[in-house]
Ligand binder design. Structure first.
Ligand code: 5RP
Length: 227
């Protein structure tokens, strides 16, 4: 099976997960990226049972609205005391402990915010994303533009090679620095440490709040792993 076919299979499995685990009329959190896009395409078929969605990027919002699926503002959802039972999103790397690197699509901050509100984070990946140790995929960091140079210097002291992602501005108006060459043995510890660097908005480690469920597309079918 090609990687695209695996992504398609896992997107379908995520739709089935929503149908079987999310009550009708509930809000679904929607991630960003190519796998999340396929999930949005699948959601279109069941849009009548959704009570709306919350999107983690402008790109996903646009795609959802293109199908006539309502996209709600997160603040309005929280203020109304409504819940997001499930958030479905991809990852760039994930371990068997369901700790992840995310942010390849530069949407990490909004992804982390929606994930923090959602009850259950369902990660949708093809088998190439499952790793023993995080860090082969360069770790994305969202940075306030005026702080890029000093944040890069601080990241260098941690042992990685920071590289500014050229030409990328996040939905929040910030820059992305990708840190190459890390072998991350304590993802939760590093996630906390990186957030202490002044000028860092968010880092792409999702360890303190990892996924709860992993739907992993393999050549033998979609495997479900839980924390
Ligand atoms: C976007 C992300 C994506 O979830 C991650 O990059 C995976 O994307 P894809 O499904 O295209 O492989 O974190 O910021």
């Amino acid at each position: 099976m090609t990687q695209d076919e695996l992504k398609q299979a896992v997107a379908r499995a995520a739709r089935d997960y929503v149908v079987s685990h999310v009550p009708e009329g509930a809000i679904v959190g929607v991630g960003t990226g190519s796998t999340a896009n396929l999930f949005i395409d699948e959601l279109a078929a069941i849009k009548g049972r959704l009570g709306g969605t919350v999107a983690s990027s402008e790109a996903s919002k646009k795609r959802l609205e293109g199908y006539g699926i309502e996209v709600l503002e997160l603040n309005a959802v929280v203020e109304a005391g409504r819940e997001i039972p499930v958030y479905v999103d991809g990852a760039d790397e994930i371990t068997a402990r369901l700790e992840m690197i995310k942010g390849g699509g530069a949407a990490l901050t909004r992804e982390k915010i929606v994930a923090a509100v959602a009850k259950t984070f369902v990660c949708v990946c093809d088998q190439s994303k499952l790793v023993q140790t995080l860090g082969t995929f360069p770790l994305p960091i969202e940075v306030i533009p005026m702080a890029c140079a000093q944040v890069a210097r601080a990241l260098g002291k941690l042992g990685g090679q920071p590289k500014l992602r050229a030409g990328v501005v996040t939905d929040n108006g910030n820059a992305i620095i990708d840190v190459h060459g890390l072998s991350i043995t304590d993802p939760a510890g590093l996630e906390t440490e990186l957030n202490q660097i002044v000028g860092v908005v968010t880092n792409g480690l999702f360890a303190r709040r990892g996924a709860d469920v992993l739907l992993l597309a393999t050549a033998e079918g979609v495997r479900t792993m839980t924390r």
